[in-house]
Design a protein around this ligand. Structure first.
Ligand code: GLU
Length: 393
């Protein structure tokens, strides 16, 4: 795989506002791709129809552009392996799931929700691991199962996970990681609504899109043995894996939507500069070889290696972000700073919408006077308003 060009992807689910975790994953995938002269791909994982949100798909791309992490291939961009939206690729997933059923690597399951709930309750009561007991695999012949499917019986397709052995892989950040196969459930691949699960869709797409490295959040690490097993069942070469640490609050809790700052729109509204946010995210879990705190995207690209990651959950410290943001604000030339501040002055009613050049020139002088103090673009209206007050002594 060494002479294959590097191709990486992020696969966010469009379920709400663009998430800061998407920016975090995007940043390192982008830096890794650029470091190796490879490609960075955006793919939308919208197979969970209950959580789907149509406007969020476009907002993800907009947010990546705001950050300067423009994908090489993706929805609205195109590319040789499209479409890049999973709900537009359904026929592919059914085709590959059928292939696994035909080869005996997957099977139809007709168990109802109620039956599965009873099964789980009994397993829990007995102190056993809760996993599918394979009733449909062991009590139905393949012919019977196929006939029920033809007759229109509601069903899912499950993968037949090997019950022996261990799946081991070399994580580029964590080293050797092993899972006992007997503890891995027969994962559903195709749901009753005909949609694939994340697991099937991601493996099929990572193969068809020629992804060489899957670099994603730590929460997916336990899915990796399932994915590796699927790659093997299909007879496909598996990509390499790296699992990043999860971002945490100062009290070690996982950053959550409730606090607001998971949405990238929050940073825009708070007047955080995209270059400061990138620098801040780059410092979470990764460290510069010279221990520098302030460095730009190009410097991250030049120095990027997985070895520079540390696996303990990095702390998401918004005070540090504000400090960094101040550093970046001070470093901007006034002609670059002004257009970024202008919308905040208009919103605060200090400038009228579409200010004339004289007003802009005056506002620029005011901003330059206060540039040293601001730690966010949102602070400028308060910092400069007295200069716009005709009664100010
Ligand atoms: N849709 C998953 C997520 O949002 C993708 C995980 C992966 O990269 O495989 O985290």
């Amino acid at each position: 795989m060494t002479d294959t060009p590097v191709r990486v992807r992020i696969a966010p689910s469009p379920t709400g506002d663009p998430h800061v975790g998407t920016a975090y994953m995007g940043l390192f995938n982008y830096a890794f791709a650029r470091h190796h002269g490879g490609q960075f791909i955006l793919r939308l994982d919208d197979t969970d129809r209950e959580r789907f949100n149509a406007t969020s798909a476009h907002a993800i791309l907009e947010a990546l552009r705001w950050l300067g992490l423009q994908p090489d291939e993706g929805p609205e961009i195109g590319g040789p392996y499209g479409p890049y939206v999973q709900s537009e690729r359904l026929a592919l997933y059914t085709h590959y799931a059928d292939q696994l059923v035909a080869a005996g690597h997957a099977y139809y399951c007709f168990c109802t929700k109620e039956r599965l709930a009873e099964m789980r309750a009994a397993q829990e009561a007995a102190g056993d691991a809760t996993m599918y007991d394979r009733r449909c695999l062991t009590t139905l012949t393949r012919e019977e199962a196929a006939r029920r499917v033809r007759d229109g019986a509601p069903h899912v397709i499950r993968m037949r996970m090997p019950r022996e052995g261990v799946t081991t892989f070399h994580d580029l950040i964590r080293g050797a990681v092993s899972f006992e196969n007997a503890l891995i459930d027969d994962q559903v691949l195709i749901k009753a609504d005909g949609f694939p699960t994340y697991h099937l869709a991601t493996v099929v797409d990572d193969h068809l899109m020629r992804i060489t490295h899957i670099t994603r959040a730590e929460e997916w690490i336990s899915s990796t043995p399932k994915h590796l097993t699927l790659f093997r069942m299909f007879g496909w070469e598996a990509p390499q894996f790296a699992h990043f640490p999860l971002l945490r609050n100062a009290d070690r809790s996982k950053i959550s939507k409730r606090q607001g700052h998971t949405s990238l729109h929050w940073y825009q509204a708070e007047g955080i500069l995209p270059e400061a946010l990138l620098n801040f995210l780059a410092l979470l879990g990764w460290s510069h070889p010279e221990e520098k705190e302030i460095f730009d995207l190009n410097e991250l690209i030049a120095n990027f290696t997985f070895e520079r990651f540390n696996t303990s959950g990095p702390v998401f410290d918004l005070e540090k972000l504000r400090w960094l943001n101040g550093v970046y604000i001070r470093a901007l030339a006034i002609d670059d700073l002004y257009p970024r501040v202008e919308p905040f002055l208009i919103k605060a009613g200090i400038l009228q919408a579409q200010p004339v050049p004289e007003e802009q020139a005056f506002a620029k002088q005011c901003i330059a006077l206060e540039q040293e103090k601001a730690r966010a673009l949102t602070e400028f209206p308060d910092l400069v308003s007295f200069l716009f007050n005709p009664n100010f002594p």
